[in-house]
Design a protein around this ligand. Structure first.
Ligand code: ME8
Length: 534
């Protein structure tokens, strides 16, 4: 039986158009999903859109359209991006779908029935832009200003339904202690542990000041707080609250292995979400992974500064360098750790040239060309049966598997590059082009080129989740088949290309002019009209 694996991205707000941040989180999740599928696991990869709340209501009003129209328009745009970027999500959940709404209401009924939700009066500090309440302590720490927009927090009083978050402090602390990798990276985990020390206060989970949301069951006038609605997407998509035909048979995908999110929404995922799951008697996800932010040329990205990497900008990169190059840059140079990452066109170009053109492109092309020239494109035999390679390769594949398991995509990306580097080194050392001048060297030449080809194929397997299009070309050129078409036990093994197999020369990554992307971040020209964002 296949083991399953589940990964999720945040569901994105439909009051914004897709940009580098969304592309980043979704792409790294896709790399992981593809890697797990390649290893033969049954993967559920979830993304979608967060469509309720005041922000969407206001953006729609500003454009003179209904919130549903705005949501439909932008959800379609996000879905188009998933397709054009070859992202392999298993479902795309929208929070205005009936299947989601019905289950959110069912979960709220359960929370009320279990005494985890009650009616009370709230007075506190509210961040209008983020739709987030803060405790007095936290508000003071923030200088009574939104950490995101810098606008003052406002004093708010409301009669609301509350979630008894305070009742879960102890259990969450225990879970943290027992699961030291529950939140990653560790710097982020420490932050959460620090904030938990303040104690947890109950949180209002309904609103009465707007209507664009899910109605609280049996409570006329109350609309479910957008964050509760949104968090529940991770389990409504799997039908844990009832579901419909589209969610049937998906219970096995819970708990998720990874919730991949940006650091600004970690509190919701590391504290509120686990407490909700505990209150619902559902198991907790294995890991909440909170990456940092892309910044541009050392500064926060902002549309008014003109360094904002929006969808048209991304599309310019993919048309100049190709989709795989974009993915490679996202997955290997992005803010996966606790520090922000700088996006700039020069760096993009350097990484493209050194890793993709000079290594991933060049090495297979060299090997393919020599087999073409000296053995008419047919894999010669290796009397040495791989020498040291089978052992070396098995170690590298083990390292790759472990890196993927830990969501260390940078570490995993190096495995394929390392193998190709070692092939290059062997070619430089043994100089097959010199050996080829004397027929007496043919057995040795055969062995060397057979070994090079075997390692190149294997490196391609390890690189394929990052560069699926060129990875498939590489697999085909070296006598294999791309993706999960073959069992992992065979794909991960050194030496599976049979003697006599046709090996082709491949041109994977063409050189690109250094000046192809004009401005430094390559961002679209400024419109000057939009708010700065994270
Ligand atoms: O927060 N760098 O949606 P959102 C890297 N709907 N990643 C970035 C980024 C940047 N500069 N900017 C955004 C929401 N992101 C809620 C989520 S989940 C139950 C509800 C990415 O559209 C990052 O993953 O504002 C961040 O968490 C997400 O986009 C926020 O997307």
């Amino acid at each position: 039986m296949l083991t399953s694996a589940t990964i999720t991205t945040p569901i994105y707000y439909v009051n914004d158009r897709p940009h580098i941040g969304h592309a980043y989180t979704t792409t790294i999740s896709d790399v992981w999903a593809r890697a797990q599928r390649g290893m033969g696991r049954d993967v559920f990869f979830l993304t979608g859109t967060d469509e309720h709340g005041v922000k969407v209501e206001k953006s729609a009003a500003a454009r003179g359209i209904s919130p549903q129209q705005l949501a439909d328009e932008n959800a379609a745009e996000f879905q188009r991006v998933m397709r054009t970027f070859a992202l392999t999500n298993s479902d795309f959940i929208r929070t205005t779908e009936p299947r989601h709404i019905a289950q959110v209401q069912e979960f709220l009924r359960r929370l009320v029935a279990r005494g985890a939700v009650y009616l009370g009066t709230f007075e506190g500090w509210y961040d209008e832009g983020q739709e987030e309440y803060h405790t007095e302590n936290r508000a003071r720490e923030l200088n009574y200003k939104s950490p995101i927009s810098g606008k003052p927090l406002v004093r708010a009083t409301e009669q609301n339904y509350y979630f008894k978050l305070s009742a879960f402090s102890e259990r969450i602390a225990q879970h943290y202690a027992a699961n030291p990798t529950f939140v990653r990276p560790v710097e982020r985990f420490n932050e959460m542990i620090g904030r938990m020390r303040d104690g947890l206060q109950d949180v209002p989970i309904t609103r009465t000041n707007f209507s664009w949301g899910i109605a609280m069951p049996d409570a006329p006038g109350h609309v479910v707080y957008v964050w509760i609605d949104a968090l529940l997407n991770y389990v409504t998509a799997l039908g844990l609250g009832g579901g419909d035909a589209s969610t049937q048979g998906r219970e096995k995908y819970w708990p998720a292995d990874y919730h991949i999110i940006g650091k600004e929404i970690l509190w919701f995922h590391a504290v509120i979400w686990p407490a909700l799951l505990m209150a619902l008697d559902l198991p907790l996800p294995r890991c909440v992974y909170a990456h940092s932010f892309w910044i541009a040329d050392g500064q926060k990205m902002s549309k008014s500064l003109g360094n904002f990497v929006d969808l048209p900008t991304i599309e310019r990169y993919t048309s100049v360098y190709g989709l795989d190059a974009w993915r490679w840059y996202m997955a290997t140079q992005g803010p996966i750790a606790a520090t922000d990452a700088d996006f700039n066109a020069r760096h993009f170009h350097e990484v493209y040239t050194s890793s993709l053109v000079n290594t991933v492109g060049n090495c297979p092309s060299r090997v393919g060309a020599m087999i073409g020239k000296y053995f008419a494109g047919s894999l010669p035999t290796d009397a040495d049966r791989g020498g040291q390679w089978p052992q070396k390769c098995s170690e590298v594949v083990d390292r790759w598997e472990r890196s993927m398991e830990r969501f260390d995509l940078v570490g995993a990306s190096r495995c394929g590059i390392d193998l190709l580097g070692q092939v290059d080194a062997m070619i430089n050392e043994t100089e097959p082009f010199k050996l080829a001048k004397d027929p007496a060297n043919t057995p040795r030449l055969s062995s060397i080129l057979n070994q090079c080809a075997q390692v190149v194929r294997l490196a391609g397997v390890l690189l394929e989740p990052f560069i699926p299009q060129r990875g498939a070309d590489l697999a085909t050129a070296f006598g294999g088949s791309p993706g999960a078409a073959t069992a992992w036990a065979d794909r991960r093994r050194y030496g599976t290309i049979q003697d006599g197999t046709a090996i082709h020369k491949v041109a994977l990554f063409p050189r690109v002019e250094a000046t192809a992307m004009a401005s430094s971040s390559g961002a679209s020209p400024s419109t000057g009209s939009d708010q700065p964002r994270q």
